[in-house]
Design a protein around this ligand. Structure first.
Ligand code: GSH
Length: 203
């Protein structure tokens, strides 16, 4: 088994943080995204979308999409449960994982890709107005999240889950996207401090 990894890029890191929480080691194949190696044959023959991460199993089977890769490992190594437990717990994690992905990570990514000069060759056409609109959407969601986190420790309840991992990745990605957590979002700041202090955050 090997994981084609993209270094500092958010989605590959999402899988690395997940694996670190599980205590699983998977051999990594480093792909230099800065040198556009993700567009090389090595990646494109495994993932025609030319995106990372990509997991290759020993029999050559390919799994792409960060959450699909994480789910695969959750089935193989159920503890600690990062996709929730029981009918309600699993639904709550799914709900918050999707909210974090669609309303935060995706908006931050759109802001970065459509505004940052370094992304000119990646996002064609680059539409700065779309990037700005997504910045505002990300901040709007953070305010909603702040209200939710007033009554619980983690995104989906009292246990850490993949929803927190997606949130951590999104908030760290806000730095290059030049988006700040509003100062009055004290609950988001407290939650971010807790999840970013976990050893897995260094992955
Ligand atoms: N939905 C995919 C997204 C994968 C993705 O967009 N990865 C980025 C790195 S964070 C990528 O490979 N980008 C290459 C490009 O845009 O050309 C997932 O969750 O894994």
């Amino acid at each position: 088994m090997k994981l084609f990894d993209g270094g500092r890029a958010p989605n590959p890191r999402r899988v690395r943080v997940f694996l670190a929480e599980k205590g699983i080691t998977v051999p990594l194949v480093s792909i230099d995204m800065g040198a556009l190696e993700h567009k090389s044959q090595t990646v494109s023959e495994r993932n025609p979308l030319k995106r990372l991460p990509v997991l290759e199993l020993d029999d050559g089977t390919i799994i792409t999409e960060s959450v699909a890769i994480c789910r695969y490992f959750e089935e193989l190594h159920p503890e600690p449960a990062l996709f929730g437990q029981g009918a309600l717990g699993k639904a709550q994690v799914e709900m918050w994982q999707r909210r974090m992905e669609f309303n935060l990570l995706s908006c931050v990514a759109q802001a970065f890709r459509h505004i940052h000069p370094a992304m000119k060759e990646w996002e064609i056409p680059q539409i700065p107005e779309w990037g700005e609109a997504n910045k505002a959407k990300a901040v709007e969601f953070l305010k909603i999240l702040d209200g939710e986190l007033a009554s619980r420790k983690f995104a989906a309840g009292d246990s850490y889950s993949i929803a927190d991992i997606t949130g951590l990745i999104a908030i760290d990605f806000m730095k290059p996207a030049r988006i700040r957590v509003p100062e009055d979002c004290a609950n988001v700041l407290r939650w971010y401090q807790a999840i970013s202090s976990r050893p897995s955050a260094a992955a």
